[in-house]
Design a protein around this ligand. Structure first.
Ligand code: HEC
Ligand code: HEC
Length: 302
């Protein structure tokens, strides 16, 4: 098995067939696509010096995964995604399989995202926005560790394309909308459950320790940060947080409780309606008692 994995490396699959379609670039889609790119793509793909989506090293990845680099996703035909079709982009965003069939490591899979959100992302990637103008910066080849390669043969598998159209729930049903935001649009659960290795892409709520925190990240100075418990447990979760406190922490990273450091994204473009819906949904999620190593030692010892 070990020899097999080292020789084969990261597996290749048949490229999933997304039906060819005309995606009309409306102003509403462009605005939504920009909001999604700021919230969901920039942390990995934006080069902060050139203000361009030319990618770069993944600094917060635990070293046992090897060295991985986010790709250039500007319009450049050689180094970016200028030659990808809309269908190929959608296949990658949904399943993790690239136009060459190679499985893309670490890149999140937007399995349950609405068709409208996916189309908005495509419209943004094709737009005149500064971030995506062609830049001839080569994407670095990946240097996955043995562990990463092994995981792609076991748990980190491509996701299937959705079987039917996906529509975002209306804001008049905050719990349903909140569930959509947490599991499909912003993927809060992906970072805030126990581990990427035990997350359940197809049925996010069946992920190990769903929203109870504990997933580990490495900061640029080499220390470990674990994601926080977002369930409503009073001692170790958000049980005594107000909606205002929650919204400020999520949108601006400001909290008097604990630091809110990277890789927690700043969801600055999130609407208050969305924050309200997420908070409403979190009230319904089964509570987990899981102390945070850094700050809740006293609770753990009780
Ligand atoms: C957690 C970090 C991360 C986030 C967030 C992320 N990506 Fe990626 N992305 C990567 C990495 C790493 C690769 C390269 C993976 C590989 O080659 O195995 C990649 C590859 C890609 C590719 C394939 C490019 C190519 O030439 O192979 C596209 C397209 C892409 N990302 C688009 C997006 C979009 C759009 C978003 C936001 C909706 C996004 N990514 C969010 C890390 C990320
Ligand atoms: C890329 C991974 C990642 C994603 C995606 C993510 N978070 Fe976080 N979040 C973290 C980490 C890590 C921390 C802990 C930061 C620290 O300790 O400084 C955190 C902290 C928080 C906190 C502070 C809690 C406390 O007890 O201090 C809240 C609230 C929060 N996240 C909510 C969310 C919500 C809501 C979403 C989705 C809209 C989300 N997060 C998406 C990684 C992430």
């Amino acid at each position: 098995m070990a020899l097999f994995i080292n020789v084969r490396g990261v597996p290749t699959y048949a490229v999933p067939k997304v039906p060819a379609q005309e995606i009309t670039a409306t102003p509403a889609r462009l605005a939504q696509g920009e909001k999604l790119a700021v919230s969901m793509c920039a942390d990995c793909h934006l080069d902060k010096t050139s203000r361009s989506l030319t990618g770069g090293p993944m600094a917060d990845l635990p070293p046992e995964f090897g060295k991985l680099y986010a790709s250039n996703i500007t319009h450049d035909p050689t180094h970016g995604i200028g030659r990808w079709t809309d269908a190929e982009l959608i296949a990658l965003l949904r399943t993790g399989i690239g136009r060459d069939g190679r499985y893309r490591l670490v890149m999140p899979k937007f399995v349950h995202m609405s068709d409208e959100d996916i189309n908005s992302l495509v419209v943004f990637l094709r737009s005149n926005h500064d971030w995506v103008q062609p830049k001839a910066v080569a994407s670095r080849p990946q240097e996955p560790s043995f562990l990463s390669k092994a995981l792609t043969h076991t748990v980190m598998k491509p996701a299937p394309l959705p079987a039917k159209a996906i529509v975002e729930p209306a804001a008049t049903s905050p719990v349903a909308l909140g569930r959509y935001l947490v599991t499909a649009r912003y993927l809060c659960y992906d970072c805030h459950s126990q581990s990427f290795q035990t997350n359940n892409l197809l049925e996010p709520e069946k992920s190990e320790g769903y929203l109870g925190g504990g997933n580990e990240f490495i900061t640029t100075n080499g220390s470990t940060i674990t994601s926080r418990n977002l369930t409503m447990d009073l001692e170790t979760g958000l049980g005594d947080w107000t909606e205002e406190e929650f919204t400020r922490a999520v949108k601006y990273g400001i909290s008097s409780r604990h630091p809110v450091r990277a890789p927690m994204p700043r969801f600055t473009l999130m609407s208050d309606e969305e924050a309200h819906a997420i908070f409403a949904y979190l009230q319904t999620v089964p509570q987990i008692k899981r102390p945070n190593r850094e700050t809740d030692g006293a609770v753990a010892a009780k």
